[in-house]
Design a protein around this ligand. Structure first.
Ligand SMILES: NC(=O)c1ccc[n+]([C@@H]2O[C@H](COP(=O)([O-])OP(=O)(O)OC[C@H]3O[C@@H](n4cnc5c(N)ncnc54)[C@H](O)[C@@H]3O)[C@@H](O)[C@H]2O)c1
Length: 268
């Protein structure tokens, strides 16, 4: 592991840090020199990620957080301050598993749960994180959105809506805190091969076959490919980048498939 790197002296708080993309981001930012606060609803998973960072030669601390709850977000930021003394980088990865359905079949509680974690969670983490980042002289916020915040999928309004809103929220965040030297950007991954995303189609092997061809590059992405983008946005290499959404989607959003003479469409 390289300890002297682009992120030396930085402290990154990663929500959903116990998940697969969150873990990849933690390992990557640590490899570039950042100290990592791993926060997750599942404390055991957060601790496993922190141990992986430490085993690789980095600095990490784990904390439990429910990003849908204000006091829990405040406590996660305070735990980061207690562990590392400052906050320069906030990566909002946490998202809940959202149910499929229409306005007629989804309950209000299901809708509110999706908003509470996927959207309000980022709002709350920023609410408590921004003052610490300002005190540190600035920093970078990265919100993990989705290609499905760009393209809708039938029966998935809770997920698609919250991710689209997260992209827009990020733009306003960038405007509101540019003067604080805080940059804010989102990343929209394509289909990334994780347990969570593969479960919908019955496992990773099936996901490769079913979801791979939906991308121009004819394969799903890997968590490390999202982590590489997060490391760029977190670092001074992205010092002139704010208010943008970085599609790391293998061409998913660009690709419209083929249409035959009868108008029937198919994916390549
Ligand atoms: N995997 C993909 O194909 C894909 C594609 C586009 C976007 N994304 C986004 O990337 C992110 C990570 O996805 P992943 O595939 O690594 O999923 P994952 O399930 O491995 O990670 C999500 C993590 O969020 C945590 N979490 C859930 N609710 C929480 C809460 N209330 N408070 C704090 N933590 C909470 C979970 O415990 C989990 O560890 C999500 O935001 C997801 O929407 C994933």
């Amino acid at each position: 592991m390289t300890i002297e790197g682009r992120m030396t002296g930085h402290v990154a708080l990663i929500t959903g840090g116990g998940g697969e993309i969150g873990t990849a981001i933690a390992l990557r930012l640590a490899s570039e020199g950042a100290s990592i606060a791993v926060a997750d609803l599942d404390l055991e998973k957060a601790e496993i990620t922190a141990q992986k960072v430490i085993a690789a030669g980095g600095k990490a601390a784990a904390t439990g957080v429910d990003v849908s709850k204000a006091e829990s977000c405040e406590a996660a930021v305070e735990a980061t301050m207690a562990a590392f003394g400052k906050l320069t980088t906030l990566v909002n990865v946490a998202a809940t598993i959202t149910p499929d359905g229409t306005v007629e079949t989804l309950s209000l509680d299901q809708w509110n749960d999706a908003l509470g974690v996927n959207l309000t969670g980022a709002f709350l983490m920023c609410k408590y994180g921004v003052p610490k980042m300002r005190a540190a002289g600035g920093g970078s916020i990265i919100n993990i959105a989705s290609q499905l915040g760009h393209l809708g999928v039938q029966h998935r309004s809770p997920y698609c809506t919250t991710k689209a809103a997260l992209i827009f929220f990020t733009r306003i965040l960038a405007m509101d805190h540019a003067a604080d030297n805080i940059r804010a950007n989102s990343i929209s991954p394509g289909f990334i091969l994780t347990e969570r995303s593969s479960k919908r189609v019955g496992g990773k092997d099936k996901a490769r076959v079913i979801n791979g061809p939906r991308h121009l590059l004819n394969r799903p992405g890997e968590p490390e490919e999202i982590a590489a983008g997060a490391a760029y946005l977190a670092s001074s290499d992205a010092s002139f980048v704010t208010g943008t959404d970085l599609l790391i989607d293998g061409g998913y959003v660009t690709f419209k498939g083929r249409m035959d003479a009868a108008g029937k469409t198919s994916m390549l």
